[in-house]
Structure formats: structure tokens, C-alpha cells
Write a protein that binds this ligand. Structure first.
Ligand code: GLA
Length: 391
């Protein structure tokens, strides 16, 4: 809402002109936009460039955001509309209005369309784990409910959704299985079952395991064990989604590199599934991206409310350039690099883990214009050897 209010009609025509390839008029903003390269073109020989979208982009109610998505990206992830609480809010009630619009938008625009996510402990209603009397479900009853959900949702989009994040965030930071209701009620094999059902529901879909902080060695080892276990059961698993909710100083480029190498050694592909870079002071200890963490607001935690200083823009640009150098190095095993949001103003990091901060984690600013980080990523693609200094 706030963002849309900030956008002038002239900016709207700038992006629209850029998308349709019209000759720009002479205003500086117009010239800059008309020459903006498209990420999907710049990286076309390496991997797809994806973005997480919400209804305002895929219904095109935000015309500028929608135009930017179409101009820049060739893969989409649903920020929220395919999570259980939205698509299946009550027993026997499915709500496919938004997810149908999401899939139609992707197909209309020739994009890779991801499904996110089938089995997760978060954004899943409590009733899922209980019977009509409010008692915990038995293993068999929860397996039946999981199967019904997966068959209904995956089945509806069979052949149209190209890949699924089947299980999201099943691991603790120490690499052990998270004590989620799925795990408590079904047991260790709930992950195997979820993948089995998803494969049965759409045998052609790519199936992913997706998690955060997997660059930290104990959690990385947990992912390796999880994938090996699926493979030992003969289960199809195509890739690991490295969420990549990064910070300026974490993870190191070496850790990102060795994480991709460790997963690729299992014979699976790797996707950077939710990339963003938090530039604000750390509000939590460790590298969590747990959506249920909440920290009280204070001014020290929100230092750039009036704008991001040039020095920080540069640091962010260097950070992105370094990460893309790693991704380009491993392009043979990377299918997609997906940014978690179109532009800074709509990023979840403005509200997590502290509500109401002003964050700058993405490649496009609050006016949907490319940032220095965008230029550095493009420069990195154009100089794959990585020897050119980042401006
Ligand atoms: C996790 C989930 C995403 C999203 C982000 C925050 O990474 O996988 O679906 O909820 O948190 O936006």
C-alpha cells in the first residue's frame, strides 16, 4: 500500500516503457530504466533467475511490480499463497483462488513455476494435527491427511507447477530432526512419506528439500544425512533449496561454495531458493531464519530509516557480487537463483525478526529502480572470471 502510494505515474510509464521496449523520452530516470539489463537475459546461460511473488504482483494490481517481475525474471515462487494455512484453511475447505492466479501468471509469462510448500511446521493450522475432539491425530490419520493434502494440491497443478518444495525446514540448527508435530506424530519417516506422495501425485515434477542456515556445518551435515536417507529409500529428490537468507557477514563465500559442493556430491542439484541480504544490525544470536522468532523494536536496531548510506550500498553490492561469483562457478548444478521479494519495500525483512524496520535486502529499491547491488551482479555475470573490481 505505502509503496504504491509512493510511485508516480511517470515511473509507472518508465517501467512499462522499458518492458515494452519503447523508445524512452529524455528524462534521466527514463534513460536509466530503458537501459536496465534483464537478469534473466544476463544469466541465461547459467541458471534461471527467480523471484518470490505475492498477489499484488501476480494479479497485476501493482502494475509496476508486475512489469518488473515480467521484465527481469523467468521463475517465480509463491511467497505465501501455496502454504497450507492459505490453500487449505479448514478441514475439507480448499481455497485455490490466489494460487490459480499465481500459476496462471507464471504460465502466461513462460516462467518456471515453483510450488512452496507442502509439509512445514509453520503457517500450518493447528487443526491439521488434531481430530474432531481436539486430540492429537494418530500416525495413520496424520499420514492420510498429509496424503490427501498433497494429492489435492499437487494434483490440481499437475503438469503446470514445475517443481515443489516438498518439505520445508525439517532440521534444527544442530542438524537433528526438528520436534515438529509432523515428526512427533508420524516419526522420522514423515519426510520419506511426503516425497513419496508428491512423486505419486505428479511424477514429472521436480522435488526439493528446502531449509535455511544450511551453510553452517552441523545443519549442512543434517541435510546431507536427510538426502542420503531419501536416496536409500529409493525416493526421488531432485534438489536442495538453500534458502540463502544471508547477512552482510554470513555465510562466508567459502562456506557457500563448500555447501554447494557437498550437496552436489550427493547427485542432486542445488537452488538458491530465497536469497536476500539483511543489512540491519543483528537482532538475534546465530543465523536463524525461523519465521516464528520475534524481537522488540528499538531505534538502534533500525539505523537506516531515512536511507541507506553509500558505504552500505557498496558493501551490499560487494556481497551480492561475491555470492554470484560462487553461483556462476557452480552453474552446472544450479537450476535457479531466486530472490525473496521483488523490491526492498515489500521484503519480509522489514518486519522480521523486528516489526517495522527499514531494510534494504534486495536488488531493486523502494521505487523499484535497480540498486548498485543490481549493477554489481550484472557486472559479475559479464565478467565470469571474476577479475574485474566491482565499482
Ligand atoms: C521461510 C519460508 C518462506 C518464508 C520466509 C519468510 O524461509 O520458507 O516461505 O516464509 O521464511 O518470508
Amino acid at each position: 500500500m505505502m509503496l504504491r502510494g509512493m510511485l508516480s505515474a511517470s515511473l509507472l510509464s518508465v517501467v512499462a516503457g522499458c518492458v515494452s521496449g519503447q523508445t524512452p523520452a529524455s528524462s534521466p530516470a527514463r534513460e536509466q530504466s530503458s537501459h536496465t539489463p534483464a537478469l534473466k537475459t544476463v544469466f541465461k546461460d547459467a541458471f534461471l533467475m527467480g523471484v518470490a511473488v505475492s498477489p499484488r504482483q501476480f494479479t497485476e494490481s501493482d502494475a509496476v511490480g508486475a512489469a518488473l517481475v515480467k521484465a527481469q525474471f523467468n521463475a517465480i515462487s509463491p511467497e505465501n499463497v501455496l502454504k497450507w494455512e492459505i490453500v487449505h484453511p479448514l478441514p475439507n475447505t480448499y481455497n485455490f483462488t490466489a494460487s490459480d492466479q499465481y500459476v496462471d501468471f507464471g504460465k502466461r509469462n513462460g516462467m518456471f513455476v515453483l510450488g512452496h510448500t507442502l509439509v512445514w511446521h509453520s503457517q500450518t493450522p493447528r487443526w491439521v494435527f488434531r481430530d474432531d475432539q481436539g486430540n492429537p491425530l494418530t500416525r495413520d490419520a496424520l499420514l492420510a491427511r498429509m496424503r490427501e493434502h498433497i494429492f489435492t494440491v499437487v494434483g490440481r497443478y499437475k503438469g503446470r507447477i514445475d517443481g515443489w518444495d516438498v518439505v520445508n525446514e525439517a532440521l534444527n540448527d544442530d542438524g537433528t530432526l526438528r520436534d515438529s508435530p509432523w515428526h512427533r506424530i508420524i516419526g522420522d519417516d514423515y519426510i520419506v512419506k511426503a516425497f513419496e506422495y508428491a512423486h505419486e501425485a505428479d511424477p514429472a515434477a521436480q522435488l526439493n528439500y528446502n531449509d535455511y542456515s544450511v551453510e553452517d556445518p552441523p545443519k549442512r551435515a543434517g541435510v546431507v544425512a536427510l538426502i542420503k536417507n531419501l536416496q536409500a529409500h529409493g525416493i526421488q529428490v531432485n534438489s536442495v533449496g538453500v534458502q540463502a537468507h544471508h547477512q552482510l557477514d554470513w555465510p562466508s563465500f567459502e562456506a557457500e561454495d563448500s555447501t554447494i559442493v557437498a550437496f552436489a556430491a550427493l547427485g542432486v542439484h542445488v537452488n538458491l531458493s530465497e536469497l536476500d541480504v539483511d543489512v540491519l544490525p543483528h537482532a538475534t544470536t546465530g543465523n536463524t531464519a525461523d519465521v516464528n522468532v520475534n524481537v522488540a523494536a528499538n531505534a538502534k536496531l533500525n539505523p537506516y530509516a531515512a536511507g541507506l548510506p553509500d558505504s552500505m550500498q557498496l558493501e551490499l553490492a560487494r556481497r551480492y557480487a561475491g555470492m554470484f561469483a560462487v553461483y556462476l562457478k557452480h552453474k552446472d548444478v544450479i537450476d535457479r537463483v531466486t530472490l525473496w521479494g521483488v523490491a526492498d519495500g515489500v521484503s519480509w525483512l522489514n518486519n522480521w525478526p523486528v516489526r517495522g524496520r527499514t531494510n534494504y535486502p534486495l536488488l531493486f529499491d523502494r521505487a523499484y529502480l535497480p540498486k548498485p547491488a543490481f549493477d554489481s551482479v550484472v557486472a559479475r555475470a559479464r565478467d565470469q572470471k571474476g577479475m574485474r573490481p566491482i565499482p
